[in-house]
Design a protein. Structure first.
Length: 134
């Protein structure tokens, strides 16, 4: 199976909720982030993607590495995503841009009605819930 290497953010707002995004023309909500370009570190890719997609200006040194996760890609059939996940606490407003069609802030229990990407549903949200209850 082909692998897409991505960097993604568990963005935590001041109220403790986390941000999910949905790309234009797709159904699944997922963490903000994107593909890691050749020669780019995961943290640098994340900062670039958050700026392009949400207008966020973040310092890569503030990104806390949470781990590496893999799952079937939500939007690319036949692909797996390999995700370097970082936590970022943000107080800035987000402005959907580039390919982002919709953003939603959710709490640990508020995702039942959303169509979630496998990585988000199976790995990242359970981690988020464990962090929130810690």
């Amino acid at each position: 199976m082909k692998v897409i290497r991505i960097a993604a953010a568990l963005l935590i707002g001041p109220d403790g909720r986390t941000l999910l995004v949905r790309k234009r023309g797709t159904q699944a909500f997922m963490q903000p982030g994107g593909k890691i370009d050749a020669g780019e570190s995961a943290a640098v890719a994340l900062v670039r993607e958050l700026n392009e997609e949400l207008g966020l200006i973040v310092d890569p040194t503030e990104a806390q590495f949470l781990g590496e996760f893999s799952a079937i890609a939500a939007n690319e059939p036949g692909f797996e995503v390999n995700c370097q996940l970082y936590r970022l606490d943000v107080a800035q407003d987000v402005m959907p841009a580039a390919e982002i069609e919709e953003v939603v802030w959710v709490d640990a229990g508020g995702t039942d009605e959303l169509h979630l990407a496998p990585l988000t549903r199976d790995s990242i949200l359970p981690l988020y819930r464990s962090l929130q209850s810690a």
